[in-house]
Design a protein around this ligand. Structure first.
Ligand code: ARG
Length: 277
């Protein structure tokens, strides 16, 4: 049974600018944000996921982006070390939640930045790791040693695609969608060599954060107006569901950022070996 952590957008807003999407003068419309977030929640629970809720906190407008809480590996919650002070204040809230919900909470050594499931995504047994904009390459290597996983670092070269989950989304242990221009030639080669079925997302739809999708079984939930993506998914046997999340695009987020899969992503090799074993 999929379990997903979300945080209602009661205190969501554009209160600072830490990525190129954010503009304080174009604030979010709270009621619309609430509607869009609720549709996402209902869609995911309609797919059979249990939605766990984190209590929203005044003064933490980006707490809705639970993907950045940390990285889940079985029962272990490796808490994020946020690059920006404004988001680092979220960590005690996330840590308290995980601690009281049966996870073992761990932290990275001081002086390394790592933004959790936003920048580190398993596709099979490999942990694909976005670095430069938010997370550090050495933090990813530390995580790889801690988990005993192979890490392949991918440099994020385009400031609009500042977290790996904005431009890469594993669908299964062998299949992923990605936006090629968010990576350099080396990164593209790493992806092509290690992910057997790689599905490119076109530029317009990448800018609508089509890659920032939530996968539940063979269903992919993503932002609206991504028709080419929807078609590619369907031709590969996936069901595509569009949920408009434009109020969250204003903060540089979409479906995936608003969720954290507590039982492990569909594509994570470790999850499938736990099930098999
Ligand atoms: N405003 C947030 C930030 O810049 C958005 C985070 C989006 N999360 C994600 N996993 N891509 O940190």
């Amino acid at each position: 049974m999929p379990r997903i952590l979300m945080c209602p957008p009661d205190h969501y807003g554009i209160e600072y600018e830490i990525n190129p999407w954010m503009n304080r003068s174009l604030g979010a419309v709270r009621q619309l944000a609430f509607q869009q977030w609720s549709t996402l929640r209902d869609t995911l629970s309609g797919l059979g996921a249990t939605i766990e809720l984190l209590e929203p906190q005044h003064g933490l407008p980006d707490l809705v982006f639970t993907a950045n809480a940390g990285l889940i590996f079985g029962n272990l919650f490796l808490s994020s070390a946020f690059r920006h002070e404004v988001r680092a204040k979220e960590s005690p809230v996330f840590d308290a939640w995980f601690d009281s919900h049966g996870f073992t909470v761990e932290h990275l050594p001081d002086g390394m930045f790592h933004e959790g499931a936003g920048d580190a995504l398993f596709c099979g047994d490999i942990l694909f790791a976005g670095y430069r904009q938010r997370s550090d390459a050495n933090a990813h290597q530390w995580v790889g040693q801690r988990f005993g996983s192979r890490v392949l670092p991918l440099e994020l070269v385009n400031p609009r695609f500042y977290h790996l989950d904005t431009c890469f989304c594993p669908l299964s242990p062998t299949e992923a969608i990605y936006f090629p221009d968010a990576f350099d030639q080396y990164g593209r080669r790493v992806l092509e060599t290690h992910v057997p079925n790689l599905i490119p997302v076109v530029e317009d739809e990448a800018h609508r954060f089509g890659c920032n999708a939530v996968v539940v079984g063979k269903t992919v939930v993503h932002n609206s107006r991504c028709p080419t993506l929807a078609e590619s998914l369907m031709s590969r046997g996936y069901r595509s569901i569009e949920v408009e999340l434009d109020e969250f695009l204003k903060a540089g987020g979409s479906a995936k950022c608003l969720t954290l899969r507590l039982d492990g992503e569909e594509a994570a090799g470790w999850k499938n070996s736990i099930i098999a074993g």
